[in-house]
Structures are given as structure tokens and as C-alpha cells.
Design a protein around this ligand. Sequence first.
Ligand SMILES: C[S@@+](CC[C@H](N)C(=O)[O-])C[C@H]1O[C@@H](n2cnc3c(N)ncnc32)[C@H](O)[C@@H]1O
Length: 270
Amino acid sequence: MLTCPLCTAPLSALDNGVGCPAGHRFDRARQGYLNLLPVQHKNSRDPGDNQAMVEARRDFLNAGHYAPVARRLAELAAERAPGRWLDIGCGEGYYTAQIAEALPEADGYALDISREAVKRACKRSPALTWLVASMARVPLADASCQFIASVFSPLDWQEARRLLSPGGGLMRVGPTRGHLMELRQKLYDEVRDYADDKHLALVPADMVHAHGETLEFRLSLSLPADRANLLAMTPHGWRASAERRTAVIEQAEPLEVTVSMRYDYFVLQD
Ligand SMILES: C[S@@+](CC[C@H](N)C(=O)[O-])C[C@H]1O[C@@H](n2cnc3c(N)ncnc32)[C@H](O)[C@@H]1O
């Protein structure tokens, strides 16, 4: 199912890597992932999330604070029972691994442009195919996936559509306008409101919104390390002032905060 990121020809397995008939060759890293991001497709030396962001997200997610979000995503994936699926912008693989557990028979792929993320992610589920790759040029064949997950991640909708087989669908998980509201109120004098349905305008015309739901729950973060990780894994880690961030991390009482996610599922029409 893999295609060459340089010429789009099918890739086949070689010793310790993959290659295409034109002679383009890509090695498998020691950790097990394939690097299918050629240097000419990078717009910086180390694109995507850096090590500090990846580790903050890993530690926060491993502590179980967003476990209900992952559980619900895994249930929704299992209901759709795809033969082949892909997590686009998988980060350090927390959600990917739970989808994989819910779909033990399926052929799973996951990609991220950040090598730091994929390097860690591939340890979670060695049976999946892990790729360092760009979501703008996904090295997978047309119509090869029945289910795509996009969690808290940017998305190239046209490219995702190309990957779906008719009747397959894409599950997007993202924050609602109320997500982390109490934290935002502590960090900013004026909390910026945003439309949490802006992505709907980007959906290709032949992809139908087949399901939508919201999941909301309260978190109580009593450890300063958890509060620091939450800040470091979100834009608030650089957008908010250093004084306000320190105050949140060092506050004596737990941080009570609302987690609020929307799940939108779009099906490619037959
Ligand atoms: C907010 S993180 C979400 C990670 C993961 N889905 C999660 O929720 O834990 C967004 C991810 O998108 C990745 N990303 C950004 N631009 C990308 C691109 N063009 N292609 C692939 N991944 C990209 C980043 O490296 C980062 O890991």
C-alpha cells in the first residue's frame, strides 16, 4: 500500500527498508519506523512538534487525563470496523495505540512529520506501520483506507479524501470553544473566542457529515508537573505571558478545568 514519496510508484520491501522500481530507497530506522519524508519536501530541518512538546504531551497523556477522549475515539473506530486505517498527525501515538487495540484485525498505519514524535510513537504498537511523512503528500495509494483519524491536528482535506475508499470515512477530533476555558481565563485578560466548526467549510463536497458528538468532562490537576505539561503541549505554552504560566504551574490549589471535545465523522460518498 505504500507509495514512493518522490515518484508515487508502489514501494516494496527491501533489506531493512523499502524501495520503488525507479531506485528510490528509504531505510527503516532502528526504532522500526520508515522515514518517507525526503529532504526536498521539508520546509525546515526538523519539521513538526519538537522534542519538548512531544515529551510534555506524552507525559500528560500517559497520566490518563484524556483517557475518556481516547476511549471514545477507539469505540467509534471499532464501530466502523475498517480493513485498513490511518492516523494522520499521530504525534507520540497515544490515541493511535488505543485505536490499534480496538481494531486488532485491521491493517494500521500512522504518520507524523515530526521524527521526535514517531520515534517514540512506534514503541507503543510495533505491529503498526509508522511513518515520518507529510500529510500534504501521504505515501499511501489512492482509495487505500476505510478509516482515517485526525486528532488535534492540522489536516489536508483533499489529500485525506484521496486516501479514502468510497464508503470510508474520516473521524476528526478537536477542541470545542469551551475547551480548557478555566485555564484560558487564568492566562489571558480577554479569552479569545473561536468558532469550533471552521473545519466544516474545508470538507470536500463529496464527503458527508455522517456523525457528530461532543464529549465533556472536568479535570482536577493537582500536580505542578501536569499543569506544566498541559501548557507545554498547547499553544498557551508560548502565547501566554511567562508570569501567568508560572502562576498556573505554581498555584497551591488544584487546577479545575473543563475538557471539551467534538468528534465529527465524514463519509466519502460511493
Ligand atoms: C497537536 S499535535 C497532535 C498529536 C496527536 N494526534 C495527539 O492528539 O496526541 C499535532 C501533530 O501534527 C503534526 N503535524 C504538523 N504538521 C504536519 C504535517 N504537515 N504532516 C504531518 N504531521 C504534521 C505535528 O508534528 C504534531 O505531532
